[in-house]
Structure formats: C-alpha cells, structure tokens
Ligand binder design. Sequence first.
Ligand SMILES: [Zn+2]
Length: 325
Amino acid sequence: MFYVSISSSAIEKIKEHAGKNPDKEVIGLLTGRMDGNTLIIEDTVTGEIVSEKTKAILTPETIAKIADEILSGKIKGNIIGWYHSHLGFGVFMSEIDIKTQMKMQQFSPYIVALIIDPTKNEIGFFTVDANTRSPIMLTEDLIHVYAPEEEPIPPRFMQPPPPQFFYPPPATTKPPTEKAKPPLKHRKTPYIAITLTAIICLAILGAYIYIFRYTPVKADLDFYPYTNRVFYGETIRFNANISGGQPPYNCTWYVDGKLKVSQKIVNGTSSSFNYTADMLGTVKISFNVTDNKTEWSKTICFTIISNTFIEVLQPEEGSQQPWGE
Ligand SMILES: [Zn+2]
C-alpha cells in the first residue's frame, strides 16, 4: 500500500469539473509523482469526453492532446491515476472501473483511481489488489490534502503504510526528502524515460479509460406458451433477460408468493424457471432481480383450466361442419 497526497488545487479542479456537470459523467487523468511511500497528485488533465448510452470515454483526440502536452512539457509529472464521476449512486469500484484500474496497474502498482459523486458530495481513492482483483478503498489515514505552500508529505507519511495492504516497494525507493539532488543533467534521463512510459501508457490506455454508466437493473420476462390460460399439468417455461445494474444479480422466482428458486448470477444475464401447473384457478408467478442497489420485479397471472375440457371441446365424429360444404 501507499499514501496519497493530493494538492488542494487538484481536488478543487476535480470537484469543479464534476460539479459543473451533475448530469454527465466526467473523466480525467491525475498527474504527479511517487516520492517514498507517497503518491503525490499535483494536477489533473482532461479533455473532450464522448458520452454513449452506457459509457463515457476520453476521445482519441483528447488522448493525443494530452500526450502532446506531456512531450512539450506543458504537463508536468507522470500519469499516476485517473478520476471519474458517479452520478448519484455513490463511490465504489464498478466491474469496468476494476478492469480499467487493472489495465493501468500493469504499468505500475502505484496508480490510483479517484471516484467522485458530486450529488452525494463523496470522494474515494481506490486501488485494486492485483491478485484477488478486489478493490481497496484507501482509508482516511492514508490520504492527505496539501495546500500550495505546504509540504506534500506530512510527517506521519514517513512511517511505512499499514502492512496489510502492502505492495512490493518501488524498485527505486527514494528517501522521503532528497537532501543532495543530483545535477539536473543526470536527473533528466530517468525523467524522459518516465515521460515516455506515460505516453505509451496513454496510447495503450486510450481504449480503456472509460467508465460505466449505471442504469437500474431490469429484465425482459418471456414465457412459453405465450398465453395466460394453460391446462392443468402443462409446463410454463419462463426466461428473464436481465439488463442494467451490476452483476452479481440475485434472482428469485415465486409461485403465489412462495419462494421456489433463488439463484445468484455472476456471469451471464438470464434466469429461467419452469412451472408445471399443479392446481386449478389463478396462479401468480413472480420474478424478482436485484443487484444490491436496485430491484426489479414482475408478476404474471395465469388461469389454469382443467384438461378435461379438451374432450368436451372436440367435435363429435361425423358431426356437420358448421361452415358448410
Ligand atoms: Zn465508476
């Protein structure tokens, strides 16, 4: 694990970017450097965002512009993370957020994801455990906001971060405060290497930096045969196609309010259920799906009729066709 120290101006920039667009996802990159145990976020950079129905992405032009600005020296530091907004559904890592973060962590474990929900006024910093793919939300003791005139690394960050989240230390651990800085000429080479890495990261990540737009969970409920009148003993086959929300989905099927099937769907988007009519009269079949944030349910009524009707309805042998000739 590492500490995160963010400049007050960077955090204000993110708040403003997200706050000005309360009904639109925003996305951007965090720039800065790693110093000792601390990832220092100095600034943010963003550009045009394309919003599609289910996601928002940085345009290739924006990525190219950012790469250009790094090369020309307009952007100082390295790409050390990314930020994006969640519109009213809170601060957490979605499945796509985890994938994006994993892509970024391929280049360095010292990459942070900042998520902001402007409507709830929440901000969270995340990384992903590379082995378990589980998101880790940085606790408050690991985060510091520094003012322009302040040292970015507070004294408490001199201690190693809590060991339970410990990542392998960086290959070139610098002492927390550099006393004798090598001459600028020698310092330039690694800096260029880092810049190039950042540009390569950007080029590769262009396709990956996108965010998931949350839509409430819902389902299309189909059944066969396509009629609400079925015979006793007949089997009705139900299929629910789930969309929206976030897996895993918890699906339940009820017959007249009694739970019949409960299943958790981690991969996939459909749930099926078969009901064999075992009583006469009206029966209610209900389907319910929840993704732990939103819920969707539907009840369909069926009339079950006795299959002895079939005999009654069958015309007698040799009877005249009513429509003649
Ligand atoms: Zn997200």
